[in-house]
Ligand binder design. Structure first.
Ligand code: MD5
Ligand code: FE
Length: 203
């Protein structure tokens, strides 16, 4: 159930399956306080992925750029604390992939609806790029694009399904990646959506 994708990148298939219902209940609690919102990129585009966050810092984008902040500028309140279950899952998955001592201070929650996508990008808004990112997929399956170190490098396609966890560290931390437009469907636990929890050490 553990497949290496590239140096530093490891898929833990179905690793979060037993906790999936509990994770989804926590997502509902978080979204009741800080709702999912389609943010506007610095280029003026409305993101097709809706986002909220939990933890000390939340990632967001607006006309001025990308940032990590303690407050949600939509609700004006601080991000809800990271649930203990989220933290323990992310820490255990990181350790499983060889990154012991991972201590996330930010969890971005992405919600994909049919057609929603994430174009190829790098994650580099974090202070220490030696820290891995842990990502947990829930709900509808998505095709993940795993690229190289330049935008135009060839990409691999990887199907990510309900309960799959991926740890992105080492040299893979800076690979270009994206999500192809979500195919419509109904998932028994998540309805018409895919959720992705993205655990990071922001500062
Ligand atoms: C997602 N989210 O499925 C993905 C999971 C994001 C984002 O990309 O920025 O919100 S995280 C995937 C990731 C992170 C860091 C490195 C690599 C992939 N990679 O080397 O491919 O919603
Ligand atoms: Fe990313």
């Amino acid at each position: 159930w553990s497949e290496p994708l590239a140096e530093g990148a490891q898929v833990l298939r179905r690793y979060a399956l037993a906790q999936a219902d509990a994770l989804l209940a926590e997502i509902e609690n978080i979204a009741a306080l800080n709702p999912f919102y389609h943010r506007i990129t610095p280029g003026g585009h409305r993101m097709s992925v809706a986002m909220t966050n939990c933890g000390d810092f939340g990632w967001s984008t607006n006309a001025r750029g990308y940032q990590y902040s303690r407050e949600d500028e939509e609700s004006g309140s601080r991000w809800p604390p990271m649930p203990a279950l989220f933290r323990s899952l992310a820490v255990a998955a990181a350790k499983e992939a060889g990154f012991s001592g991972f201590n996330p201070d930010a969890c971005l929650i992405n919600r994909y609806e049919p057609g929603a996508k994430l174009t190829l990008h790098q994650d580099k808004d974090e202070k220490d790029l030696r820290q891995p990112i842990v990502s947990v997929s829930l709900g509808l399956p998505a095709i993940f694009q795993f690229g190289g170190f330049e935008r135009d490098a060839a990409t691999q396609r990887i199907l990510l399904e309900h309960g799959d966890v991926v740890v992105w560290g080492g040299p893979s931390r800076l690979r270009y990646h994206g999500i192809l437009p979500l195919k419509a469907g109904i998932h028994p636990q998540c309805g018409a959506f895919r959720y992705n929890l993205t655990f990071r050490r922001a500062f």
